[in-house]
Design a protein around this ligand. Structure first.
Ligand SMILES: O=C(O)CCC(=O)C(=O)O
Ligand SMILES: [Fe+2]
Length: 139
């Protein structure tokens, strides 16, 4: 399916339609950048509010993560996915899993497509860590 999606535009139409339906019902989104100014950000620096984000990037890796005040590029692998923890996951794990500020960079030479799936809790549900993860040192 991903090969269709990232290949010839005509061949990718049925796949694009399925991705559109999935986006509407499950919260997928797709970012496509063509011919934009090199200073344009694909997405501004942010933390994900999700539990988990599962991301696929095509040939151009624009995803960067901020560690110790420096931006690091995440190597892209067409056959792989980036799994990112979000703030809900940090809350449920009582901060055992951290979240990182990240952004997606684009430039005007290389088209970039990314496909993200956001795993989120129901909006009206409260999340809290299990009691096993709460103690004196981790209140
Ligand atoms: O790759 C993108 O365009 C957005 C990536 C992102 O923000 C994420 O994976 O959480
Ligand atoms: Fe994100």
């Amino acid at each position: 399916m991903l090969t269709n999606f990232f290949g010839d535009p005509a061949a990718s139409q049925p796949t694009s339609r399925l991705v559109g339906e999935a986006r509407r019902s499950h919260g997928f989104f797709l970012v496509v950048n063509h011919g934009v100014n090199e200073l344009t950000l694909g997405t501004e620096p942010h933390y994900d509010p999700t539990s988990l984000t599962i991301l696929h990037q095509d040939s151009f890796s624009g995803l960067q993560v901020l560690v110790d005040n420096e931006w690091y590029s995440i190597h892209q692998n067409f056959n792989g996915f980036v799994v990112n923890t979000g703030s809900t996951f940090m809350a449920v794990s009582n901060r055992r899993y951290k979240i990182f500020l990240h952004r997606a960079m684009v430039n005007n030479n290389t088209p970039r497509k990314s496909l993200a799936f956001f795993l989120c809790q129901d909006k009206d549900k409260m999340v809290s860590p299990p009691t096993e993860l709460v103690d004196y040192n981790n209140p």
